[in-house]
Design a protein around this ligand. Structure first.
Ligand SMILES: C[S@@+](CC[C@H](N)C(=O)[O-])C[C@H]1O[C@@H](n2cnc3c(N)ncnc32)[C@H](O)[C@@H]1O
Length: 344
């Protein structure tokens, strides 16, 4: 059965498209042959195979590249599927198109590449040969199937690299709001933390270990039926750290459109490419919805909130049924009591 045909729980918020909505959205997608020039591609979603489209794209126009390619697993993505291969073959496949994407980047561009443990070593080797690798972020995915004879796989990597040593990194834009465990005071005043109406918090520098994320699931409005959808909060961190308002973000494996929706919410220009028409239409719908609702779950008042703080976050950062979400996240439901915090 197609996942979108499954009966849904009444409070399931998964974004789906009727046949007529899909038909309308499909007409808005760009297809081959592509129009010339950056302006004609700005804020658009192309339905097609990005590898074949590469020669038609402008040179040196991208400030930030987000790559979330199929991992080295056998997996179906709508009408397309990817077959697991040896690590050496995956590396060859990845490098073959990666070198052809590089001319699209500005000399000051940054890039992030997602991968699981099975793909990560190959991704690192290719990046190390072609660009400047700066870090490996590991994020805890939480959701994952338990295994009887192996460790449950519950983490993924995101490699951070730049084209040159001239690049932007806005650390102030990606600080994490954490509860203070040892509230140290100096002369009676909080030292490097805030004693606010919602409790005692500290703004901390973000590390390369991310534990404040959850994969999208049915009670979250950003959820779709895409099998490997990334959380908006994760993509928001990448965009805020490594681009400025108005910068150009390219995602050639757009999937359900997370990068496009977040770019639109954070006022970045974007171009997304997705081979599967149904996913490309979902992406287009998410961009439309982003115009009316630019909130990003877990990000508000210019900061990212750690887990277990849903009841304290400004309303715009949490869904209406906060308690349900707290339960699904394995948190203890707390009554909602955010006070004066402003929304960004
Ligand atoms: C890992 S998923 C990306 C998920 C995405 N980050 C999201 O949040 O929804 C990879 C996507 O790339 C698409 N894809 C695979 N090969 C492609 C190609 N050659 N050109 C364009 N899209 C492709 C797949 O259909 C799939 O939706």
């Amino acid at each position: 059965m197609n996942p979108s045909d499954k009966p849904r729980a009444p409070r399931n918020r998964t974004l789906t498209l009727s046949a007529s909505a899909q038909e309308t959205l499909a007409r808005q997608l760009l297809r081959e042959p592509l129009p010339a020039g950056v302006a004609a591609l700005t804020g658009r979603i192309i339905c097609g195979d990005f590898i074949g489209l590469l020669p038609q794209l402008p040179r040196a126009f991208v400030d930030l590249l987000i790559l979330d390619p199929p991992y080295n697993l056998t997996k179906r993505f709508g009408a397309e599927s990817f077959c697991e291969r040896t690590l050496a073959e995956y590396e060859e496949w990845f490098e073959d198109w990666f070198v052809r994407v590089l001319p699209l980047l500005k000399p000051t561009a940054s890039l992030y590449v997602c991968g699981d443990w099975k793909s990560s070593a190959a991704v690192h080797r290719v990046l190390d040969r072609r660009v400047l690798v700066r870090n490996r972020i590991t994020w805890e995915r939480e959701k994952g199937r338990g295994a009887k004879s192996n460790w449950k796989n519950a983490s993924e990597d995101i490699w951070f690299a730049t084209v040159s040593n001239d690049y932007c990194f806005n650390v102030e834009a990606v600080k994490l709001k954490r509860r203070v465990i040892a509230p140290y005071r100096e002369n009676g005043q909080p030292k490097d933390w805030e004693d606010g109406p919602d409790g005692q918090f500290r703004l901390t520098h973000p590390s390369n270990l991310w534990t404040d994320l959850t994969v999208p699931f049915w009670s979250m409005p950003e959820n779709t039926d895409h099998p490997t959808q990334k959380p908006e909060k994760l993509i928001a961190k990448l965009l805020l750290a490594s681009s400025r308002e108005g910068d150009f973000v390219l995602d050639p494996f757009l999937g359900s459109g997370t990068t496009a929706a977040v770019a639109s919410k954070l006022k970045r220009r974007f171009l997304g490419i997705e081979i599967d028409e149904k996913f490309a239409c979902l992406a287009a719908r998410r961009v439309e919805l982003a115009q009316d609702n630019p909130s990003i779950q877990g990000y508000a008042s210019g900061v990212f909130w750690e887990r277990n703080t849903l009841n304290l976050q400004p309303k715009s950062a949490v869904p209406a049924d906060t308690e349900e979400l707290q339960l699904a996240l394995g948190e203890t439901p707390q009554p909602y009591r955010a006070s004066k915090a402003k929304t960004k």
